[in-house]
Design a protein around this ligand. Structure first.
Ligand SMILES: Cc1cc2nc3c(=O)[nH]c(=O)nc-3n(C[C@H](O)[C@H](O)[C@H](O)COP(=O)(O)OP(=O)(O)OC[C@H]3O[C@@H](n4cnc5c(N)ncnc54)[C@H](O)[C@@H]3O)c2cc1C
Length: 266
């Protein structure tokens, strides 16, 4: 059980950052993951008074505060318009509505969880992370950084013309996914993201030009097989490595066919 000795609602990012420099301090998101740990937290730092719970949309980008809930993102019209419904599709199977009303994008991205639908979704977009001290960096870089005592302030998604699709496999509803798979084609560049391998989501491009002539049954099969073979998978209680490799190929092929307008699954 988690034991919190002192709770503070920070008045500024600087105050939150300073409080978080102590090893026993923790930043609070929705606390859904944090509360499951068996830990004593010296100071729990709540960012709830810092106005970080909004999604701002401009012509060029979305700027999403760290305290924005997954449910806000799932329902956001602009985000769904831009991603062609991928926000709702990727986030809508995470546990249940009450859970997604509380889970924050800050906690989800900071956690860098291997099983994360959130990371898989965001990695298929041109997503940047804004850290209080570390500044702006691509999510792809942030995912592999060592955890430190910085603060995640906002997520930025740059709007570039593109198409996006998402599939995940769960053994049963509300469970963690066995495999997640997002696919985007942004300004002609394909980007496949495979997560819950069970390791962290990884990004694969079409370095071999297998999709250079466009998407057909054959090129979809060829790229899906190529990407699945290059994706390290592992075994845990939800599935074996061999099953995950098989799923990666199937979900990616389905995503490609859907992106190419040849099939629709959901
Ligand atoms: C039972 C269960 C099932 C789940 N199933 C899924 C699933 O199927 N798919 C999926 O994608 N996710 C799933 N998740 C993860 C969930 O969606 C959230 O990602 C997770 O709960 C973290 O979000 P939170 O807001 O609760 O963060 P918290 O638990 O509050 O925080 C998580 C970590 O991030 C740190 N943190 C939080 N905010 C910041 C910040 N702004 N700056 C710096 N550090 C910060 C905290 O100190 C903590 O270390 C599941 C979680 C649980 C508990």
């Amino acid at each position: 059980m988690i034991n919190i000795q002192k709770y503070v609602q920070a008045e500024s990012l600087e105050e939150a950052y300073q409080l978080n420099q102590k090893r026993s301090a923790r930043i609070l998101g929705g606390m859904l993951w944090l509360k499951m740990s068996d830990n004593t937290v010296g100071t729990a730092v709540d960012l709830c008074r810092l106005g970080l719970d909004t999604i701002e949309e401009t012509e060029e980008a979305f700027s999403i505060g760290a305290m924005t809930s997954l449910r806000q993102m799932e329902l956001h019209q602009g985000l769904n318009r831009y991603t062609r419904g991928m926000a709702a599709r990727s986030l809508g199977d995470i546990v249940g509505v009450q859970f997604r009303n509380m889970a924050t994008v800050g906690g989800s991205v900071w956690g860098r969880f291997g099983f994360s639908d959130v990371l898989t979704f965001l990695l298929s977009l041109d997503t940047w992370v804004e850290l209080y001290k570390g500044g702006l960096m691509p999510l792809e870089t942030f995912v592999f950084l060592k955890r430190d005592n910085d603060l995640l302030v906002r997520i930025h998604i740059r709007k570039k013309p593109g198409v996006f699709v998402y599939q995940a496999m769960r053994n049963q509803r509300t469970d963690f996914p066995v495999l997640t798979c997002a696919l985007s084609c942004v300004q002609g560049e394909y980007r496949a993201v495979i997560g819950a391998r069970p390791g962290k989501a990884m990004v694969l491009g079409d370095e071999e030009g297998l999709l250079a002539e466009g998407i057909s049954q054959e090129s979809a099969q060829a790229f899906a097989a190529y990407a699945a073979n290059r994706t390290p998978t592992g075994t845990n209680l939800r599935g074996s490595a061999a099953y995950r490799t098989h799923l990666a190929e199937v979900l990616l092929r389905r995503n490609l066919l859907e992106l190419g307008g040849m099939q629709k699954w959901n």
